[in-house]
Design a protein around this ligand. Structure first.
Ligand code: C5P
Length: 404
């Protein structure tokens, strides 16, 4: 699983300007169902307010070894914080905090927590260009890596000093995905997932086209979940409104028409362990593409040709050439859905058909949630209404239980 639901994440914040982005990271973590606790250095509170962190995390933001209230003084046990955490993310990680840990210094609560921790630790170094590339810092980062800590890249770009170069903190959405990937059991490591997503567009003339409704949300959820389980994802996508964020495991191949999508899938199928066809492929394309914009008329007749069925093609080629490949398709039906999806699974030679229950408010094509039934050789397995992310995890669990 690559979910953060119920995970206890301690966010350690040291004193860098990139701390201003941490509130949105905390919101992303909470949205995923994680419990969040913040420990910050005194330098960090210049850049982000402890009240903001406490409000967004739902827990007091911690800074000191003792908490003083009127008439009492209480030890803020750093070991207890370290034991509470399933993972620690240090973001932004300054050169100073990194160096302290590398040399066993613990003169503040955050460094004491870090030296007591036995859970995975993720570092998002953020500092100015010359500090970042300084041999002392580079040596310290390599020490962290040698201990098995996860050191995230610090992308190049504009820095607070006005210089341009490496040293920026990774973006919160990226950190969220990298954290999920780092905490997953990596069951898909070494596996390649080829998938289609989004709509296809079929040109009528240089400015007009026909297409299908598809947000790309379900495909994005599957691509992200698989990449976070360690897969290499080849995502062949039409122009979708929703695309995954930049992710080290996801390789996007942008296409327009069904024919382009098929060409790209044909190139990639041999290297795939799993093929998931989640695209809403246009069933037809105009028989002729007009070279110039057609004049507006009161009624227009466009001859159409049937498009290739990519899933069916993948299923047939798999049967002949790649018997261990697992092929998954989707079905969206409005009536007699189970029977139609069952027939479709057999016709398209898919191992698994995922039936989307259409027409229920809040579920399906453009919605964020979904209600699916999994159809396989053993019958039908209906699932409750759930987020598309949870539906994606269920589909990947099914695949994991069926590969050889
Ligand atoms: O036949 P229907 O469009 O209902 O089938 C849906 C499934 O087939 C989806 O998995 C979709 O991605 C795939 N499909 C395809 N190529 C087509 C039409 C559908 O891959 N031309």
């Amino acid at each position: 699983m690559s979910t953060l639901k119920g995970k206890q994440i301690l966010v350690g914040i040291s004193g860098g300007i990139a701390a201003y982005k941490i509130p949105s990271f905390i919101r992303e973590l909470r949205r995923e169902g994680a419990e969040v606790r913040c420990v910050l250095t005194h330098a960090a509170k210049t850049f982000v307010s402890p009240l903001t962190l406490a409000t967004l995390s739902g827990q007091p933001a911690q800074m000191d070894f003792v908490n003083e209230a009127v008439g009492s003084i209480e030890w803020n046990n750093h070991v207890a914080h370290a034991e509470w955490a399933d993972a620690i993310v240090v973001a932004p990680a300054t050169s100073n905090s990194i160096a302290k840990i590398c040399h066993g210094l613990c003169d503040n609560l955050l460094t004491a927590v870090l030296l007591s921790a036995k859970c995975p630790i993720f570092w998002a170094p953020a500092m100015d260009l010359d500090m970042f590339i300084h041999p002392a810092n580079q040596k310290n980062l390599s020490i962290l890596t040698s201990w098995g800590h996860h050191v995230w890249p610090s992308p190049s770009g504009e820095l607070a000093s006005g210089l341009t170069g490496p040293g920026r903190m990774a973006e919160p959405v990226w950190m969220l995905q990298a954290l999920k990937m780092g905490l997953s059991d990596n069951a898909w490591e070494g596996k390649t997932l080829l998938m289609t997503s989004g709509p296809t567009v079929e040109a009528i003339d240089p400015v007009r086209f026909i297409s299908n409704g598809s947000s790309g949300r379900m495909g994005t959820a599957i691509a992200l979940a698989a990449a976070n389980r360690g897969a290499r994802v080849e995502l062949v996508s039409g122009p979708a409104a929703v695309m995954p964020p930049l992710h080290p495991g996801i390789h996007v191949h942008a296409v327009l028409s069904a024919e382009d999508m098929l060409v790209k899938c044909n190139q990639l199928q041999a290297g795939a362990d799993v093929v998931v066809c989640a695209a809403a492929v246009s069933d037809y394309r105009p028989a002729k593409l007009a070279n110039e914009k057609m004049p507006k008329v009161s009624s227009l007749r466009v001859d159409m040709l049937a498009n290739p069925d990519i899933l069916q093609h993948m299923g047939t080629v798999r049967k002949d050439k790649h018997p261990h490949q697992i092929v998954v398709g989707f079905a969206l039906e409005t009536h007699d859905a189970e029977a139609k999806a069952k027939a479709k699974r057999l016709r398209k030679q898919a191992d698994l058909m995922v039936l989307n229950h259409a027409g229920i408010s809040g579920e399906g094509m453009h919605a964020k949630s979904n209600r699916i039934t999994l159809l396989d050789d053993h019958g039908q397995h209906p699932r409750p209404q759930e987020s598309k992310a949870d539906a994606a995890e269920a589909i990947l669990d099914w695949v994991e239980n069926h590969w050889t």
